[in-house]
Write a protein that binds this ligand. Structure first.
Ligand SMILES: [Zn+2]
Length: 303
C-alpha cells in the first residue's frame, strides 16, 4: 500500500510505502481512537442521565439548578406577597363587616350576646382523608372568599341603610314614657268627668305623680306650644313630624319654649296640678293630624 503526502513545503510529493502489517497497525489505532471517543461520549451521556459525578460538569449543572431554584423562589415569593396583600385587604374588610354587623344588630335591637362577632362560628364534621392543597387552589379559594366578602358587605350596608331609616322613623314616634315615676290612673276613652260627673271623652291618659316629677318628651321634635291653657293649665306640645303631636298638661313648670328642639326623653317640664285638675298628675295626649289617638298604642301601656 502506498500513501502519498503532498505539502507546499515539499517540492515534490512524497510517497510512503506501507506494507500489510503497517496497514493493520494503522487500522487498529483508528479503531482504538474510535472506541476511546465513544467511551468518553457515553460516559458524559451516562453522567447526564445516570447521575454520575464529574466535578466540572457537576458544577455547571449545580449552577444551572441554582438559577432555576432562585427563579422559582422569586416567582413563589411574588405569589405569596400577592396573597398576603389580599389577606390584608380581607382582614380590613372583615373588620368593616364586624363594625357594620354590630351597628345593624344595635339598630335592629339584637342583643350583643345573641350575635357575638368576635366569636368564631362553630365548624366541624367527620374526618375524611383529603388531598393536599396546592398554591393555585389556595389562591382560587382566597379569590372566591374575597368575592363572598364583597357581596356580604354590600348586603349588610343596604340592610344598615334600611334599618337606619326605619330607626329614624321609629325615633319620631312618641313611644317613650313621659314619666318614669308614678302610676297610670286614667285611660283614654269615655269616662265620668271628675268635675261635672257626666260622661265625657278623655282624650289622653293620666299619670299620677308627685309634684315636681320630671315630664319627659315621648319623642324628639319641636316645641310648638308652651303656655298656660285654661283647661290644661301649664301645657306643652311637641311636634314630631308626619302629623304627630304629643301634648302634656297640668304641669307645675314648663322648662322649654316654643321653637325649642327637644330630644327623646329630655326633661321638658314638671308634674303639677294646674288648670282643670283634681290633684297632681300628668295628662298626656297623642294627636295624629289633629285627632286624638289612644296614647297607649304608642306607649305600649295596657290600653
Ligand atoms: Zn287627663
Amino acid at each position: 500500500m502506498n500513501i502519498i503526502f503532498v505539502s507546499s513545503r515539499f517540492t515534490k510529493a512524497r510517497t510512503l510505502c506501507v506494507d500489510r502489517c503497517q496497514t493493520g497497525v494503522l487500522l487498529a489505532g483508528g479503531l482504538m481512537l474510535f472506541i476511546l471517543m465513544s467511551g468518553l461520549f457515553g460516559y458524559l451521556i451516562l453522567f447526564q442521565f445516570g447521575g454520575l459525578q464529574v466535578p466540572l460538569v457537576q458544577k455547571l449543572l449545580i449552577s444551572s439548578q441554582q438559577t432555576e431554584t432562585a427563579k422559582n423562589r422569586e416567582a413563589m415569593q411574588q405569589r405569596l406577597s400577592a396573597m398576603a396583600i389580599k389577606v390584608g385587604e380581607m382582614q380590613a374588610q372583615v373588620m368593616r363587616l364586624e363594625a357594620l354587623g354590630e351597628r345593624v344588630a344595635k339598630v335592629a335591637g339584637i342583643k350583643k350576646e345573641e350575635i357575638n362577632f368576635d366569636r368564631k362560628p362553630g365548624r366541624g364534621g367527620m374526618f375524611k382523608p383529603g388531598e393536599s392543597v396546592s398554591l393555585g387552589d389556595f389562591e382560587g379559594e382566597l379569590s372566591k372568599l374575597a368575592r363572598v366578602l364583597d357581596d356580604r358587605t354590600d348586603h349588610l350596608a343596604v340592610l344598615d341603610a334600611m334599618l337606619s331609616r326605619e330607626s329614624v322613623r321609629r325615633a319620631a314616634l312618641p313611644t317613650a314614657s313621659p314619666i318614669s315615676i308614678g302610676f297610670f290612673s286614667s285611660n283614654y276613652g269615655w269616662r265620668l268627668d271628675p268635675f261635672t260627673g257626666q260622661r265625657a271623652m278623655h282624650e289622653g291618659v293620666d299619670f299620677v305623680a308627685e309634684p315636681g316629677t320630671p315630664i319627659k318628651a315621648a319623642a324628639g321634635g319641636i316645641v310648638i306650644y308652651s303656655d298656660y291653657h285654661p283647661g290644661y293649665g301649664n301645657m306643652l306640645e311637641v311636634d314630631h313630624g308626619n302629623g304627630l303631636i304629643s301634648r302634656y298638661g297640668h304641669a307645675s313648670k314648663r322648662l322649654v319654649k316654643e321653637g325649642d328642639v327637644v330630644l327623646r326623653g329630655q326633661k321638658i317640664g314638671e308634674v303639677g296640678s294646674t288648670g282643670r285638675s283634681t290633684g297632681p298628675h300628668l295628662h298626656f295626649e297623642v294627636l295624629l293630624n289633629g285627632t286624638p289617638q289612644n296614647p297607649t298604642r304608642y306607649l305600649n301601656l295596657p290600653g
